[in-house]
Design a protein around this ligand. Structure first.
Ligand code: GLC
Ligand code: MG
Length: 550
């Protein structure tokens, strides 16, 4: 294993923890990562046995999908107790052990905080719905029916159907932007704010290094609960869900939401912890309001997942975020909510090659690149047999595969259960059952996706120009090659391909190849020949010691 130096500490006027700046992130979908007790469900003891894989890969920060107790209607994103551990995953001692193991390996751990909604089984909601005068009534959003007895307004759920469910016992509707089993909390209620400040403090006291904040743009609603306008330019066929037919000007990204994060930032700063928002706002200027020195440290830029395999599209989608948000970003390659990059970019070996090339680009953007489990193996989505759907999107909407295919279990070894479980996995592997996609098969093969990814992440770690706020210059305005210079020291080029074959770029004579995702890449006397669907990182100035060469 090549050992490379940790990123240098950021300058003293940068208020962020040094470990965040220059880090590489990795999302663990806990349920599908590693199962130690053979019940087919990934768990904390299983995860503990696999932490070394992440450390060796060159990951610095691990984000765990929710591990709190939950009826699992949305696989943990329906929280029944913010301070407990889901029994299928382990207990508090296991969590403590996990944090100790991770820290001993130099890994930081982010927990998933779900503040927009709880489970309908949370004690707050059980009390809230018990009577209009209940102690926790105002923890949730209750409204009277419209004059015709229908829902209070026209808001709809992300998962289909109205965003309101009538509760006959108390004669009012409660709001839920997701499932009826995920009632929205009322962030206009000061006791909700106080409760979450206590939850954050408790997690940080336990040694958690930060939080990924679920639907961080959703907490606050229009106080007048006005109707959202119906979009007229979306054809019914193009909208996969009723949610996409509306302009969400009154239910999402409302004024006041960032104030909540200002309060949280003071708590996080006292513990040296990081706040990373799942802010699904695709307008860079709007996103920028969330990521400031006194609010969120960073937000995911989902433009990476929206972009198609097209150089113009990638440039147009990513560039505004780079230019507006400095390095206050996290760049997801894939996630548990979307198809894997390898699938988005064509599937099979081609998709895997493109996924690695794209990751190379993301590794050179200012901010923190995030892999999703399996990305390092070139894994695409698993096609599942009919009748096994678990995701509420697949269960509630018609003719959509939902998010299950991106959540099939991790492939560790070429055995039955693939080293994920000795039992029956909670979700089948589907078409993801190829021995060549296992960690064991790819380890020590320098041409494998795993070893190339490892080399890339270690190379990034050793290049200070890629950490923090060094300048970012887009060199080519159009054409199939995206080329970016960082700090006048490092250049990344991604050839998205146009069917015309390898591209030639003329670089300074002493330019040195650090990473090439395709072995046919050539750099001689400053002339770079870059195949399609490939990327390179080049050092422009001699001098920096780089290990982990591809
Ligand atoms: C976020 C999560 C997603 C979940 C939703 C509701 O988008 O990433 O998995 O379904 O929030 O909590
Ligand atoms: Mg288990």
């Amino acid at each position: 294993m090549s050992s490379t130096t940790r990123p240098p500490a950021p300058s003293s006027d940068d208020p962020r923890p040094a470990w965040w700046v220059g880090a590489v992130g990795y999302e663990v979908y806990v349920r599908s990562f590693a199962d130690a007790d053979g019940d087919g469900i990934g768990d904390l003891p299983g995860l503990r046995t696999r932490l070394e894989h992440l450390a060796e890969l060159g990951v610095d920060v691990v984000w765990l999908t929710p591990i709190t107790p939950s009826p699992q209607r949305d696989h943990g994103y329906d929280v029944a107790d913010y301070l407990g551990v889901e029994p299928a995953y382990g207990d508090l001692d296991e969590l403590t052990g996990l944090l100790e193991d991770a820290h001993a390996l130099g890994l930081k751990v982010l927990m998933d905080l779900v503040p927009n909604h709880t489970s309908d089984q949370h004690a707050w909601f059980l009390d809230s719905r018990s009577s209009r005068g209940a102690e926790h009534r105002d923890f949730y959003v209750w409204r009277d029916p419209a004059p015709d007895g229908g829902p209070p307004n026209n808001w709809v759920s992300h998962f289909g159907g109205p965003a309101w469910t009538f509760d006959a016992a108390t004669g009012q509707y409660y709001m839920h932007l997701f499932l009826p089993e995920q009632p929205d909390l009322n962030w206009a209620e000061p006791r909700v704010r106080a409760a979450f400040e206590d939850i954050l403090t408790a997690w940080f006291e336990r040694g958690v290094d930060g939080v990924r904040i679920d639907v961080a743009h959703s907490l606050v609603e229009d106080p007048a609960f006005r109707d959202n306008p119906l979009l007229t330019n979306v054809s019914l066929a193009a909208a996969t869900s009723v949610f996409e037919r509306f302009a969400h000007i009154h239910d999402l990204d409302q004024p006041g939401v960032v104030d909540i994060y200002r309060d949280w930032r003071r708590i996080a700063d006292a513990y040296g912890a990081v706040l990373l928002g799942e802010v699904y706002v695709l307008d860079a200027a709007k996103l920028r309001r969330y990521v400031t020195d006194d609010a969120l440290h960073a937000a995911f830029a989902f433009a990476t997942i929206e972009a198609s395999w097209d150089a113009t599209d990638i440039r147009d989608q990513l560039r505004p975020f780079v230019e507006t948000c400095e390095d206050r970003l996290a760049w997801p390659l894939s996630s548990h909510d979307a198809p894997h990059a390898a699938t988005r970019f064509g599937g099979g070996e081609l998709g895997a090659r493109r996924s690695l090339a794209y990751l190379t680009l993301l590794c050179c953007l200012p901010g923190v690149p995030f892999l999703y489990q399996g990305d390092e193996l070139g894994l695409g989505d698993g096609v599942l047999p009919p009748g096994v759907a678990e995701d509420p999107i697949a269960l509630r909407l018609e003719d959509v595969p939902g998010r299950d295919p991106a959540r099939t279990p991790m492939l560790w070894e070429p055995s039955q259960g693939f080293g994920f479980t000795t039992g029956t996995p909670w979700l089948p592997f589907g078409t993801n059952h190829d021995a060549s996609h296992t960690v064991a098969a790819q380890t020590a093969d320098p041409t494998s996706q795993l070893e190339r990814t490892r080399a890339l992440l270690h190379a990034r770690r050793a290049l200070p120009a890629l950490h923090g706020r060094t300048s970012t210059t887009w060199l080519l305005e159009d054409g199939p090659v995206i080329a970016i210079e960082r700090g006048e020291e490092v250049l990344v080029a991604l050839h998205v391909g146009d069917g015309e074959g390898p591209a030639t770029l003329v670089l300074p004579e002493h330019a040195r190849l650090v990473v090439a995702t395709d072995d046919r890449t050539v750099l001689i006397d400053g002339e770079l020949t870059l195949p399609e669907d490939a990327a390179v990182i080049v050092e422009l100035e001699a001098g920096t010691e780089v290990e982990g060469r591809l």
